[in-house]
Design a protein around this ligand. Structure first.
Ligand SMILES: Nc1ncnc2c1ncn2[C@@H]1O[C@H](COP(=O)(O)OP(=O)(O)O)[C@@H](O)[C@H]1O
Ligand SMILES: [Mg+2]
Length: 477
């Protein structure tokens, strides 16, 4: 191995896929899959880099380009619709909304009578005060005393108090502009000392958008990697939340209660599902989603007000990276599996790699990565890495029966690194030393190893357990 004092000297690779060690074949196929947007089934035991590869694929994909919005359907609120917009379209829409917004006007700059009607000014003495105060702090009289007087209308030529202005919240009028032009406008109560003014253009836009309401379903800025391991139906396929007020006057409109599923959140990205056979019936829905590239969102709880809500054809164009251990491959829905292989790859990952100079070096990089990632433990001396390698070789032998090999069950190796790091920290050391690793290894003997110590091998241990069960007459009752 190349000589180094500590893992501090090792320059860690930048991309997630380059950081995966010992799975060269899988990484190579993963790169092809990313380029061609194929699906992937990764097979192997836990902790050997399946999620890492999924995440690595996502990092190779272009940034998601579209956001999804749910839009209220005023004619049938139970059937909200979906709108897809790219960044440019989002900007254009925001501008349209902004055009419909009012401009702030300070109370001193607003027409005198408007400020009286909206409660900013005492109609008796003219003193300004908060519109929330009923009576004038200056003269003590009811501020609105004569504000509804017909003379106001004369003074302003034309004031048509709009519907809400009976609550003195807004007033509509025709105003003469400095240019001499006349414009229809609305003043609205806003802050303690500010009003909102909507000009002709804004009013028109507002009328246009009157019934328009939408909510973000899947934002543009999002992670292209969505991990839905062991997720429930609603987490994978989406849901419509219950409305505690039953959708009545105080209820939240259905479109606001629509929740995307992982299939939608991974639109244009990677959907990673570990233990794919565990999501049993959902595999069929997943297959449908992959075939149609859209999946309707419906309320899943039949008792809930969400059950009657449906948003049809919500986009979900994702790359599926599914993972499974060897035993459960057979339990994967055959239709889903053939969909994966028909448009992608199945890869059996390695659980160990030969103990060569090159692979020892890769292992040292793995140790450095784990330390960097943890960010709270010191680097490891080269002697400590040697000791970790010794343990990694032992593990390959115990778990896989592989001689002269290094284990790739690296999640648990990472655990040893962190434990050794904690010990070095406790001892105030600048580096993780050999002794720290020895101590950590001693403390973290796996069940498999404990079985080997007791029974000679894992299979012996299994057999002894099984024979005991057979011998126990009550076992099968
Ligand atoms: N092949 C590998 N190369 C580098 N680190 C690994 C590898 N496999 C596992 N690890 C480490 O273990 C952690 C868990 O791995 P993960 O990808 O979640 O395993 P899996 O999905 O196969 O259960 C990773 O975050 C990484 O720190
Ligand atoms: Mg994982």
């Amino acid at each position: 191995m190349r000589k180094f004092e500590s893992t501090k000297e090792l320059r860690i690779k930048k991309t997630p896929l380059e950081q995966v060690i010992g799975q060269e074949n899988a990484v190579e196929i993963a790169k092809i899959a990313a380029r061609q947007r194929r699906n992937l089934l990764l097979v192997g035991p836990p902790g050997i880099g399946k999620s890492m590869i999924g995440d690595g694929i996502a990092s190779l994909l272009p940034k998601p380009e579209h956001a999804l919005f749910v839009v209220n359907n005023p004619d049938n609120p139970q059937r909200p619709t979906v709108v897809v917009r790219n960044e440019k379209q989002i900007r254009a829409f925001e501008k349209k909304m902004a055009d419909a917004g009012g401009s702030l006007v300070r109370v001193e700059k607003a027409p005198r009578k408007v400020t009286e009607i909206l409660g900013y000014r005492c109609s008796n003495c003219g003193t300004l005060s908060s519109p929330n105060e009923e009576s004038c702090p200056q003269c003590g009289k009811d501020k609105f005393g004569s504000a509804s007087d017909a003379s106001i209308e004369d003074a302003l030529k034309k004031i048509i108090p709009s519907e809400i202005s009976t609550l003195r919240a807004s007033v509509e009028m025709t105003q003469s502009l400095p240019s001499g032009k006349k414009e229809r406008c609305v003043y609205q109560r806003h802050g303690e000392r500010t009003l909102l003014r909507f000009g002709e253009k804004a009013i028109k836009k507002q009328e246009e958008l009157e019934d328009y309401a939408e909510a973000v379903l899947v934002p543009l800025e999002r992670s292209p990697f969505v991990e839905a391991t062991g997720a429930s139906e609603t987490e994978i396929l989406g849901d419509v939340r219950h409305d505690p007020y039953g959708g009545g006057e105080y209820g939240v409109l259905p479109f606001e209660r629509v929740v995307p599923g992982a299939v939608h959140e991974s639109h244009e990205g990677v959907l990673f599902i570990d233990e794919i056979s565990h999501i049993r019936d959902l595999q069929r829905s997943l297959l449908t989603a992959m075939q149609k590239k859209t999946f309707s969102i419906v309320g899943k709880n039949p008792q809930s007000a969400g059950a009657s809500v449906k948003v049809i054809d919500v986009p979900c164009d994702f790359m599926l990276v599914a993972a499974s251990n060897i035993v459960q491959v057979e339990e994967i829905n055959p239709a889903l599996r053939s969909r994966i292989t028909g448009n992608g790859y199945e890869i059996l990952l390695n659980t160990f790699m030969p103990d060569t100079k090159e692979n020892r070096e890769k292992f040292a990089f793995f140790v450095a990565q784990e330390i960097r990632k943890d960010n709270s433990i010191p680097h490891a001396s080269s002697a400590a890495v040697d000791e970790l390698l010794k343990d990694a070789c032992k593990r390959a032998k115990v778990m896989e029966g592989a001689k002269k090999s290094i284990t790739l069950r690296l999640r648990s190796m990472g655990g040893i690194v962190r434990m050794a790091g904690d010990m070095a920290v406790a001892e105030d050391r600048k580096l993780i030393e050999r002794s720290d690793v020895k101590e950590a290894v001693k403390k973290s003997v796996s069940i498999e190893e404990q079985i080997v110590y007791r029974y000679g091998s894992v299979s012996n241990g299994l057999r002894s357990d099984f024979e005991k069960k057979l011998g126990d007459k009550n076992y099968f009752i």
